[in-house]
Design a protein around this ligand. Sequence first.
Ligand SMILES: [Mn+2]
Length: 542
Amino acid sequence: MVNYQSMPESEKVRHLKKHADSAARFIKQHSHVGLVTHNDSDGLTSAAIMIQALKREGITYYHKIFPKLDASVVSYLASCFPEDFLLIFCDIGSGQSEFLSALPNPMVILDHHVPVGKTPAKVVVNPMNVGLEGSYMISGAGVSYLTARAMRDENVDLSSLAVAGIIGDRQLMVAANADILAQAKEAGVVVSRRGLKVGDGALFDVFMRTTEPYLDITGKPDEIRSFLSALNLDENKNIHDLTDDEMNHLCDAVLKKLEPLDSPDAVEAAVGDIYYLKNQVVENVFDLAGILDSCNKDDDFEAAIALCLGDSSVLNKCFENYRVIQETLVKNLAAVLPTAQSCSNVSYIYGKDLHSAGNISTTYIRYVNPSKPFVCLNENDGVTRISSRGTRGLIKQGLDLSVAVKTAAESVGGSGGGHNIASGGLLPPGKETVDAFMEMLNEIVGAQLSGNSQKTGPVVHISGTIRFIDENEAEIADRVSEKLVTALAPDNLYGTKTTIGGGYAEVFIETDKIGSLTATADDLLMNADGAVRVKKASDKKK
Ligand SMILES: [Mn+2]
């Protein structure tokens, strides 16, 4: 096993590309594919990328879209696809190894979510497997693009769709993402401009329906008009047509509104690079990502994929659908955000049949109170759905919502998981469950933020001892052990302790990540094996 921890980022990206090469080779060996993708903007752009890559290879494909994978989806897939079909999962499939193992098909997983369990897939391309952070360094569309690019050089034109997926998942243009953006710019399929990171349209409309950034004027006609007139901007002018000076002026005014929040995430989400996708029907990346995320029924998904494949006949329908959803969202936010409550370490909203829980969470933590993680608890259809969000600042302080939500949800008979910065889950219905969950979550998050999660939090805790032993030749064994320990020193993790003496070397490993444990054990055994071989070879010479 390669030790990815100490590797520079560019090396990790290179390793990820190697995995993409393997996936590309494996995909090209098949003539029939069942393509299974997630249903958000990242999943849909992943789908559009893979569909075009498969078409260009002359591979027949059938496409299915799901919000999540579970046992019933898996048995449905088994009924759809013959055993010899290659199943390709995009932006989904990493967390469901157990369910997928029931399928007899060869499988490829192109995903960026946290891997759980032993995957049945023949090839997995996942940044988490090479030490890159899947929550902001590369998305499902990015991983799908790297694979498509490895299939054929001309697939470089699909990088514009990858950029839309990256933005749709609210990731940063760093590491693998930066690399993809550079490829897109070099190929001329993406150009960028500094400004307000919103979709195109008349200025008045933009502030009426945009929730990113969510400002004190959002959705309020009179306040928008006075804001724009104070800046000497015509409310009917398309934001796309603003001069650089006008755009700077507008950005400054928006940043001034955000200043009191002290939220770097909000500033970053509001102002920065706007990407124009020159080979797409919808050029503004925020419009395309928004349109794709506004899809919620089969008809919409079909139109969305058609749009990403260059069909402009669906454009008006898609934009209209997006507009209605945005306007509804702005109204919802105005009604729901003021109902938030606060524990010592977490803020939350608990409601019934709330719309767009994910948007409520993102808006709250960015534009209302970024100082604590936020959880939206939405009781609907006999379950309570959890949607939680953190900030990068909180992650640096130790927050891991994936662990916290999973542990707290399981303690009350629910389930959960996801990324450290954003995770979700399900609880049995009822206010009592919510109260118990929040109490537990508040405690775990408190422990994480104070750096005591390993001591006080009920988080996964693993330890083990590996003993290298040769009691017959205690003295020689001690010397060999010493060499071994020196050789391993640079790879040692925090939480590793080594003792030598009495004819053995003992390595004690303590960690909260099973991946770290297996990586360390693997390194140890490989080094030990090397030491034994060297010793045998030198014995022979004697
Ligand atoms: Mn994604």
